[in-house]
Ligand binder design. Structure first.
Ligand code: SF4
Length: 94
């Protein structure tokens, strides 16, 4: 089976995680065939930038969120976007 991607048209996409919405479950990272995403602890600066509800959610989720670790490998397939129940990932054109 061949997967059609945006990169086949020379367009490059990048997944962007909304750290306020992300619950760190990692379903998106699990479905990504290219290992673009990883659940890992957020930095103190990222934590400080969150609103109160986001900080509370972060504490309940052990301080971990999905983050982009291999941006150049993204195929733009959108599987991660579809997999997220919190609508926390968007694909942007770069
Ligand atoms: S768009 Fe596809 S390749 Fe890119 S991060 Fe999401 S699942 Fe991975």
């Amino acid at each position: 089976m061949q997967m059609e991607t945006h990169s086949s048209t020379n367009e490059q996409y990048l997944p962007v995680t909304d750290l306020n919405k992300c619950e760190g479950k990692g379903v998106c990272a699990h479905v990504c065939l290219m290992n673009v995403l990883k659940v890992k602890p957020i930095s103190p600066e990222q934590y400080a930038s969150l609103p109160f509800c986001g900080k509370l959610k972060t504490v309940f989720n052990g301080g971990r969120k999905v983050q982009v670790v291999n941006p150049a490998k993204c195929l733009g397939c959108g599987l991660c976007v579809s997999a997220c129940s919190q609508q926390a990932i968007q694909l942007i054109k770069v």
